[in-house]
Design a protein around this ligand. Structure first.
Ligand code: PPS
Length: 567
């Protein structure tokens, strides 16, 4: 009874026997190491999630998808699935070559029989597919800044599916999911697509949708790639497992979809419908701003809130999978229940907490009420988004040699150890140069490598909830900016400019280095014969003439307290 797959047959491209047959020697073929996104795309090609595609798009199909949202044979297909490679790699490939596609560990997953090779017009692709060239659109940014210059197209023969070590019991291919639905007699299945944690409103919305259609419910979250900055899928899956208990038994199942989202709004919604149809679903819930990419650089939405519903409506009959449009669900205080926002009578109090507000409350360790979410779900989120006073922090000193960075850093370390709620690591300039960067000198290139190493170690410490105190000279603004960017994804970053003037550093000259630098015995010496770019917006500036190391450390503690990193 289930819907037939898109294009009529479920494509399955795995032919492991190829590997054993002596005809093809993988080691003699050229290999392409797939990116994370390409690995996701390949998995859905191999397992039939992208039926009727049998490989990466050929140039003609690609052009047709851009122009008409259809493959050349007329099949509806909104998002181009292409294999982008570097120019150098493309030059080494001829049409009709076979290329081994390998995952990031080097495992051979598939063979691509190259039938097409072309240089796409990326601006055209961005405009046609996403309606914009604005780099704030994640897929446009990816297209221009990450994807290779040349596309290879051709049929795929699968050797094995990408390996997953996580949540194996929750991963189903389209064929497996269809078999389960058939076995359980689930003739109507409403799919719910999500990339976010689910709260009470989602539970209400999804179960209402299933009841309305007299169908079963599939929670089908994306665990491939979602929008940069989203909550990691490990935490989300734990949340979904909790929420599954909130549905009546035997009505609802959870399965994970290894899709790489593009955040393509309406076209992505259409794509999601096709994919869900391939997985055996008969219905797809489409809410407000489905697969929305956020705001553009003018601060406007890329797509209208209900554009996705409109586009799906247009193609619903052709696709056969039905859309279940949904309004926002809100909590009505007087009734103590959730309702679609338009059904709420005037005069009643609507309660709602936005995603941004949830993040703020998590960051500050504030209450998230029971009417909004389930205690188990909130607990999971608190684990992954701990309040600031439990997050890792990097305290990054910068300043001239002899400015007093190490002295203050040491004083600060002692005070943090005294407080004692997080592990503390000091990455002092001299120490790092001894243990981590002993082969490096002081050229711009070497200094940058040195700072990037410090940044990497600090980001790992920060990720794992510790204090990383760094005290290098770090003379270049751009490198400091890169380090900040890397670390802010993991926790706090506080830049402290130890702004002792060159005159004062030279007057003190504790190590006698300035004298040597003036005589030219030490070359490329910061401040004398090498640049120091002062920070433009450090969190703190410390003048060591005006305060003692103790006072400086105290000021930093107050800053940490003010920002919420210590209580
Ligand atoms: S950098 O630019 O951030 O990579 O430098 P850093 O790793 O902090 O190393 C600076 C310490 O190395 C000593 N030293 C020099 N500094 C600057 N320029 C040159 N040419 C140089 N040669 C050796 C110096 O002792 C620095 O230590 P601090 O603690 O900053 O005085």
């Amino acid at each position: 009874n289930l819907l037939r797959p898109h294009g009529g047959v479920l494509v399955e491209l795995i032919e492991p026997a190829i590997n054993e047959s002596s005809k093809i020697k993988l080691s003699e073929l050229r290999s392409w190491d797939l990116t994370q996104r390409q690995t996701c795309d390949l998995e859905l090609l191999l397992n039939g999630g992208f039926s009727p595609l049998t490989g990466f798009l050929t140039q003609k199909d690609y052009e047709s998808v851009l122009e008409m949202m259809r493959l050349r044979d007329g099949t509806l297909w909104p998002i181009p699935i292409t294999l982008d490679v570097t120019k150098e790699f493309a030059e080494s490939i001829d049409i009709d070559d076979s290329v081994v596609l390998r995952d990031q560990e080097g495992v051979a997953l598939a063979l691509l029989q190259v039938s097409d090779k072309w240089t796409p017009d990326k601006a055209l692709e961005a405009n046609r597919v996403y309606g914009t060239e604005d780099r704030l659109h994640p897929a446009v940014d990816y297209l221009f800044n990450q994807s290779g210059e040349v596309y290879l197209g051709g049929r795929i023969t699968g050797l094995e599916l990408p390996r997953h070590y996580d949540y194996k019991h929750l991963r189903d291919s389209p064929a497996e999911l269809r078999a389960k639905f058939e076995k359980w007699g689930w003739n109507k299945v409403v799919a719910f697509q999500t990339r976010n944690p689910m709260h009470r409103a989602h539970q209400e919305l999804t179960f209402r949708a299933a009841k309305q259609e007299e169908a079963n419910l599939l929670i089908h979250p994306v665990v491939g790639m979602t929008k940069p900055g989203d909550i990691d899928h490990f935490s989300r899956v734990r949340c979904y497992e909790h929420i599954l208990k909130e549905y009546p038994e035997q009505t609802t199942m959870l399965s994970l979809l290894p899709l790489a989202m593009r955040m393509g709004g309406p076209k992505e919604a259409l794509w999601h419908a096709i994919i869900r149809k391939n997985y055996g679903c008969t219905h797809l819930i489409v809410g407000r701003d489905h697969a929305g990419p956020g705001k553009d650089s003018q601060g406007n939405d890329f797509y209208g809130p209900y554009d996705a519903q409109e586009l799906l409506k247009e193609h619903e009959n052709e696709l056969g999978i039905k859309m279940v449009p949904f309004q926002m669900m809100v909590y009505v205080k007087e009734k103590a229940e959730y309702m679609p926002v338009d059904d709420v009578d005037e005069g009643l109090t609507i309660l709602n907490i936005s995603g941004t507000e949830v993040r703020r409350r998590l960051a500050e360790g504030l209450e998230i009420p029971d009417w909004f979410s389930y205690p188990d779900v909130v607990e999971e989120l608190r684990k992954t988004k701990p309040p600031r006073h439990k997050q890792g922090v990097t305290i990054f000193f910068t300043g001239l040699s002899g400015a007093g960075k190490s002295t203050i850093a040491n004083a600060l370390m002692i005070k943090l150890l005294e407080i004692g709620n997080r592990p503390v690591t000091l990455l002092d300039g001299d120490l790092v140069r001894k243990h981590l960067s002993s082969e490096l000198g002081f050229s711009k290139e070497h200094r940058n490598i040195n700072i990037q190493r410090i940044g990497y170690v600090a980001s790992e410490i920060t990720k794992n909830g510790g204090f990383a105190i760094c005290a290098p000279i770090a003379p270049y603004r751009e490198t400091r900016r890169e380090v900040r960017q890397m670390i802010e994804q993991e926790g706090g970053f506080i830049e402290i400019h130890v702004a002792t003037s060159l005159e004062e550093c030279e007057r003190r000259d504790r190590k006698g280095l300035y004298a040597k630098a003036r005589k030219g015995i030490i070359k490329e010496f910061t401040g004398i014969s090498d640049p120091y770019e002062e920070p433009e917006a450090p969190e703190l500036v410390i003048d060591t003439i005006a305060c003692t190391p103790d006072e400086a450390a105290q000021r930093i503690l107050l800053k940490l307290e003010g920002l919420g990193y210590i209580k």
